[in-house]
Design a binder for this molecule. Structure first.
Ligand code: FMN
Length: 364
């Protein structure tokens, strides 16, 4: 069986699936529940010098019913609504009681983080993640944290900055990079009322979940190419295969927020066992085995010579590929068991490969 333990900046994690700063890490009890649900590391909700006053409502799914979990959510939550003293006196201690590495999250100015960080370290918390979330000032905050604590410091980046450049500029100041925070601002309207779905200023919010994953993966790969520091991927990890994608893009571990909001605390254990199964089935002995696997291919690129390769054993003639073939190159005759791709009509766009639910088509 693959060994799922990972070590990042000297911290030892039982598995590579951590909580992320958000409502599912908003106090000691939620972190305790996440540990019981199988998380390998505990990242706490961002704290600042004063409690946040959050607009209400502040979370909305991007779709209803079955598509909810596939798309993601918008949120207008801010940092922790609890005063820092409460975290200091009670919440970190509860999380530390799990025996898992605990990473606090702090914001937002160099002065603010410098005033909080030594107290966080004093509590025995193992690491500190800082969130700038579009306010910038990464280098100043990192310097301020470096000067105030000895525990590992992680910078959490927003997708709108040039993540490769920021990561490079932080190379000597942090022990790791976390990518990414939510994307936005975004908007949704309730068409029955004509009102925004969120209670924030201008009704705007920030996007997370599946829709964020391709942006997060690109950021992780950009960062992994620009620094040797460990990268923790976050954004749209809903299942084990998502985590594998992040590892292949260069991540050493992943954080999970939206999937935990939608599914509950057992999500971490489910994702961990899906990672385990995938690694075992593919003959890998650890996360390290697949880490960064995609990076050389990103440099070289890939080319599809038409038509895509067909695995006839796997093809069920379901016809999904034909529906999405805008070049009308695919013909299927279920009665005769026929599946053909017209080489002349095929423009090698690759769409059919990505929609096939049975992996019957490939670049080859
Ligand atoms: C409701 C909500 C609250 C969040 N609060 C914080 C926060 O306090 N600090 C922070 O750095 N990120 C915060 N995030 C961002 C998440 O930690 C994570 O970076 C982002 O949601 C992408 O991951 P996901 O797709 O797994 O949710 C929040 C996200 C959500 C959905």
């Amino acid at each position: 069986m693959a060994d799922l333990r990972v070590e990042i900046a000297g911290l030892k994690f039982r598995n590579p699936v951590f909580t992320a700063a958000g409502p599912t890490s908003r106090n000691g009890m939620t972190l305790l529940n996440a540990a019981a649900g199988g998380a390998g590391g505990l990242v706490a909700k961002t704290v600042s010098v004063k409690p946040a006053e959050v607009p209400k409502p502040n979370m909305a799914a991007m779709g209803r019913g079955r598509i909810v979990s596939r798309r993601g959510i918008l949120n207008a939550e801010l940092w922790s609504e609890l005063p820092f003293e409460r975290w200091y006196e009670k919440e970190y201690e509860i999380a530390l009681g799990t025996g898992l590495p605990v990473i606090a999250s702090v914001g937002y100015t160099p002065e603010e983080v410098a005033s909080l960080a030594p107290k966080i370290q004093e509590k025995g918390v193992h690491g500190i993640e800082f969130s700038t979330h579009y306010v910038g000032g990464h280098t100043e905050i990192a310097k301020s944290l470096k000067a105030s604590v000895d525990i590992p410091v992680f910078a959490k980046l927003s997708p709108k900055v040039n993540v490769a450049e920021v990561a490079k500029s932080l190379d000597r100041l942090v022990e790791g990079i976390v990518a990414i925070n939510t994307y936005g601002p975004c908007l949704r309207i309730d068409i029955e009322t004509g009102k925004p779905v969120l209670g924030s200023e201008l009704g705007q919010g920030w996007m997370s979940g599946s829709a964020l994953k391709p942006i997060a993966l690109r950021c992780v790969a950009d960062i992994a190419k620009s620094t040797k520091k460990p990268v923790i991927g976050v954004g749209g990890v809903m299942k084990g295969e998502d985590a594998i994608e992040f590892f292949m893009a260069g991540a050493s571990a992943v954080e999970v927020c939206t999937a935990a909001i939608l599914e509950g605390d057992t999500v971490y254990g489910r994702i961990v066992s899906e990672i385990q199964d995938w690694l075992d089935e593919h003959g890998h002995s650890s996360v390290e085995d697949v880490k960064g696997m995609a990076l050389p291919h990103l440099e070289k690129g890939i080319v599809l010579e038409p038509p895509p390769k067909i695995d006839r054993e796997r093809c069920t003639l379901c016809g999904l590929c034909r529906k999405s073939c805008v070049y009308h190159a695919i013909s299927i005759d279920k009665a005769k068991g026929l599946f053909e791709i017209d080489k002349e009509a095929c423009e090698a766009c690759g769409m059919c490969i990505s929609v096939c639910p049975h992996d019957a088509l490939s670049v080859g």
